[in-house]
Design a binder for this molecule. Structure first.
Ligand code: COA
Length: 333
């Protein structure tokens, strides 16, 4: 029996930063940002850490679905912006939510973090190790962004998506298939150079801005277009699904052009592609659960829908997951 998502929620900070914010002090324009990325605005968390994005999302989840947090036995946090290198953010979240009888850990897979964590959470449930997993995809990207670098500052935002993973009550619904990859050769194109054991923090690393996101955009773009489209088509083909069988593609939201290329290769009409990059930018591990949560709360996902989740990120990490949705239509929360 597969495991499945049984509750979903998200949180976005209230501070909206539109493209005109950057036009005031960077050599950029609203037109360039929209044409090259599709982003119009993003949310910045002014105070607090990644756990402060997760906690309100989790509290909303508990309230909306009448979940007793005491019943949750595992917390998994996908993030590249943990509150600390250690302790893990899962422990910080546990403490802030006052949860008991729970263990947990963080997963680092950048923009593929939610996919990797979803596969892990479902495997824990399917093996009987866990019964209820609080699965969180969250990043405070502003904590590692150089706001003076126009090549990266305009791309990212802060946000969190959380869901509950439990055993499905139907053998044909839940997480049906996955294709996940890593290739460390791509590490040179997208990384946080310093701050780890390879290059510990020093005055020099701070002066050289090596704690911020480093990205060779063009090389990441080329790899992402191919990687995301390849796995998305592969997961359709090996499950004998045509474009008509797919209710939604939920792509990682890094660039509208990457999303369109993936949807085109899958033969999907635009209405079958979840896109909110224009409102929130790239929130790294949070983009996919935020999309799912938004669409579900608007009553747009039905029980039995085939949904392909697809992502690409630093590592390189990439992959696709086929979900058959197993929650009833609830309309607006
Ligand atoms: N405003 C105006 N010009 C900008 C700019 C900005 N915000 N950012 C970069 N430019 C300039 C560059 O300096 C360059 O100028 P030049 O031609 O004089 O050298 C020009 O625009 C083209 O830069 P380039 O990097 O080739 O642009 P691009 O079309 O590749 O778009 C990205 C840049 C970052 C939007 C794009 O490469 C991208 O989305 N990459 C993948 C991101 C991703 O998927 N990440 C993985 C998950 S995090």
């Amino acid at each position: 029996m597969p495991a499945t998502i049984t509750a979903i929620s998200h949180f976005l900070p209230s501070d909206i930063i539109d493209n005109s914010y950057f036009e005031k002090y960077l050599d950029t324009s609203d037109e360039w940002i929209i044409a090259r990325t599709g982003i119009k605005e993003r949310r910045f968390l002014k105070e607090g850490a990644t756990s402060d994005l997760i906690v309100p999302a989790a509290q909303k989840l508990f309230k909306d679905y009448n979940i007793n947090p005491e019943e949750i036995d595992t917390i998994i946090v996908a993030t590249v912006t943990p509150d600390h290198m250690f302790p893990n953010t899962a422990a910080v979240v546990q403490h802030k939510l006052g949860m008991k009888n729970v263990w947990g850990f963080d997963i680092s897979a950048a923009c593929s973090g939610f996919l990797f964590a979803l596969r892990t959470a479902c495997s824990l449930v399917e093996s009987g190790t866990s019964k209820k997993v609080l699965l969180c995809g969250a990043d405070k990207m502003t904590s590692i962004m150089d706001l003076n670098d126009r090549a990266t500052a305009v791309l990212f935002g802060d946000g969190a998506g959380v869901c509950l993973i439990e055993m499905s009550d139907d053998p044909n619904m839940g997480l049906i298939d996955h294709i996940l990859h890593i290739d460390g050769d791509g590490g040179r194109y997208l990384k946080q150079i310093a701050g780890g054991s390879f290059k510990p923090a020093s005055h020099e690393t701070v002066d050289n801005k090596e704690h911020y996101i480093f990205q060779d955009g063009q090389n990441v773009f080329k790899a992402a277009v191919k990687g995301m489209a390849d796995v998305s088509v592969e997961i359709m083909e090996r499950n004998n699904l045509t474009h008509e069988d797919i209710a939604y593609l939920v792509p990682h939201q890094a660039n509208l052009r990457i999303i369109s290329a993936t949807a085109d290769r899958m033969g999907l009409n635009p209405e079958k592609v979840m896109i909110n990059i224009q409102k929130f930018g790239n929130t790294t591990a949070a983009t996919i659960p935020i999309c799912l949560s938004e669409w579900y709360s608007q009553g747009k996902i039905k029980k039995g829908d085939n949904i392909v989740l697809s992502g690409f990120g630093a590592g390189f990490t990439w992959g696709a997951i086929l979900l058959r949705w197993n929650m009833n239509q609830r309309g607006l929360i």
